[in-house]
Design a protein around this ligand. Sequence first.
Ligand code: XMP
Length: 315
Amino acid sequence: MKDPEAFCQAAVRDLRDRIPGTAIVAASGGIDSTIAAVLAQQAIGERARAIFVDTGFLRQGELEAVAGYFARSGVHHRVVDASDRFLGELDGIADPEEKRRRIGRTFIRLFEEEAARAGTDRLVQGTIAPDWIESGGSGRDTIKTHHNVGGVPKDSALTLVEPLRDLYKDEVRLVAEHLKIPQADRQPFPGPGLAVRVVGPISRDRVALCRAANAIVEEEVEKAIARGALPRPWQYFAVLLPVRTVGVTGDNRIHGEAVSVRIVDSRDAMTATAVAPPPELLRRIAERITRERAGQIARVLYDVTDKPPATIEWE
Ligand code: XMP
């Protein structure tokens, strides 16, 4: 793609041809699906129905942040609260691949129902070239496409419309600039969300615990960035570990779980370096998590592993 203007005109024409009636748009709050939503709106106006799914695995404040981003980008969307459904499907599941399979399946069923309700079978999504080129390899990639919904099963009633299918990330950025869509100001966040940051069995309580610890990590890292104590890292988050570990509060011994803090730098997520954060930042994070979640989290660890050999996410 050389000319974003020509690309957008062709994409809009193509979307009009391929969507005779209404279409639903799977909007995740990321830049790719936001561009897909904007192009769909330009092509078919209000017949494009963008949907943001609350899976129950979102971070603290995420719904509000995504709503703000859509507003700045001119995307009209509706939130579908499917948190009980996703939490129900994943309750007690500990195997990482099984978590991703169930999430992928639940997303697809949900989109099928939403499409039926809108009287269409067309699902617009922001799949880009690396999503399908890299898929089919490891389990994660297969499922990653699943809920980017590249991997819609053959028996699905959905017909995919993927206007950005041939673009690479740098081209996506050019199109975003052309359409005056701001770069999303959030760090990369996996589609399965906190489900893959709650190591071990999923439960409503453990997801809430992970969310609370993650919010503390984000807050403290952002404060440290603001006072110039470290440059903005690529990703920074908390992972809840299924470990029973001993702690003391006052005169009492307690058993709690452990949280691992991960802060990495990267250019493209293919490789990553564990950041060496200021000790004061780590101390503050550990102190807050163990105090604000006393009796639940007894220990905070810092993950010093690069990618490779580790991946960025734990699961
Ligand atoms: P890993 O853990 O493979 O992650 O080093 C590389 C980048 O991809 C994100 N990630 C995911 N994104 N679905 C996604 O959409 C997933 O299942 C998934 N797993 C990892 C991760 O946050 C990092 O930015």
